[in-house]
Design a protein around this ligand. Sequence first.
Ligand code: 4NP
Length: 153
Amino acid sequence: MTKILFVCLGNICRSPMAEFVMKDLAARAGMDAQFHMESAATSSGEVGSPVYPPARRVLAEHGICCGGKVARQLRQDDYSAYDLLVGMDSGNLRNMRRICGGDPEGKMHLLLEYAGRPGEEVADPWYTGDFEAAWRDILSGCQGLLDSLRAEM
Ligand code: 4NP
């Protein structure tokens, strides 16, 4: 089983969107038993909060439910518990390395690497208000990630 942790600043917009998009894609591909997906925040600011309503609405428009998810913070021991830790922007990656004490096994990546867009960031809808743009980026990254994992299996 491949364990994937999606990470953003608050764990109420981008990383839960990625978690539930990836779960949906894996289920549609009949591969849900082969993956474990979760998401976490680098900050403590939203710990315990549900998914932000506009993010929840975009998911719901695409038939994806994220009920029950509440934000939790990344911990150092997540590094050994997961095979891949996937951040949304370069600030996330910096904070992920700080919390986990580096990335000695090369498990940390930016989501858009998997969309063939290395170094690019998922725009933060918390600031842009553009949850559709975040949806498009996240869907494209998750599709690429699923394809790359499938190719390895
Ligand atoms: P996320 O969005 O990192 O995609 O969950 C944010 C949520 C909260 C804040 C910033 C970004 N905040 O500053 O509270």
